[in-house]
Design a binder for this molecule. Structure first.
Ligand SMILES: Cc1cc2nc3c(=O)[nH]c(=O)nc-3n(C[C@H](O)[C@H](O)[C@H](O)COP(=O)(O)O)c2cc1C
Length: 175
């Protein structure tokens, strides 16, 4: 089973990347690839740029990566209640190749932030619109107060209750 995991963040120290990586590693025997969306950076989408550039290679490559996966784990960072600009730009360009960009893949949607809200707003937004983009969302989970619940040194989710919820959510990907 090929699992593609990434954070919807371009932070070099992304806590969502830590969470997505941790979650992917809970799937025993899976072949895991962790993407960095910095590798798919493009100019900010506009109709004029699209007319000039067509479908940029980065968007094509990202679309292909999604298509090659058996399951996808995305952990959303929240900026002002919504997607990060970096992810939204990648999402917009890729949706112009095919609006059904998730290609009916089973998806686990996660989100975390240092605050008690746990990036729940962006997670609700992503999950709520997922069907338009052919995402087969198996589970969603927000991890609040990241630094209270995740040991960054050990790269482990230390909150037992949240860990059990994450294990259960991850298990749904391979059903
Ligand atoms: C411009 C900006 C807006 C933010 N807005 C929110 C927000 O609405 N909700 C929230 O929980 N955290 C917010 N944060 C804090 C982020 O959750 C925090 O930076 C987190 O580390 C982002 O995840 P990442 O490390 O995976 O990029 C914001 C941070 C920035 C820089």
């Amino acid at each position: 089973m090929k699992v593609l995991a990434f954070a919807a963040s371009n932070s070099q120290n992304s806590i969502n990347k830590m969470l997505a990586t941790y979650a992917a590693n809970l799937i025993k025997g899976a072949e895991i690839e962790v993407l960095d969306i910095n590798d798919y950076e493009m100019p900010i989408f506009s109709d004029v740029r699209e007319a000039q550039l067509g479908q940029p290679q980065q968007a094509q490559d990202f679309f292909k990566k999604l298509g090659e996966a058996d399951a996808i784990i995305i952990s959303y960072a929240e900026h002002n209640g919504s997607y990060t600009a970096a992810f939204k730009n990648l999402f917009d360009w890729t949706s112009r190749i095919d609006m059904k960009l998730y290609q009916n893949k089973p998806i686990l949607m996660l989100a975390t932030s240092p605050g008690p809200g746990g990036a729940a707003s962006v997670l609700a937004s992503a999950a709520g619109s997922a069907h338009y983009f052919a995402a087969d969302v198996k589970a969603t989970l927000s991890i609040p107060s990241f630094f209270d619940n995740f040991d960054v040194k050990k790269q482990v989710l230390t909150n037992r209750e949240l860990n059990e919820k994450l294990q259960a959510a991850v298990a749904l990907l391979s059903l």
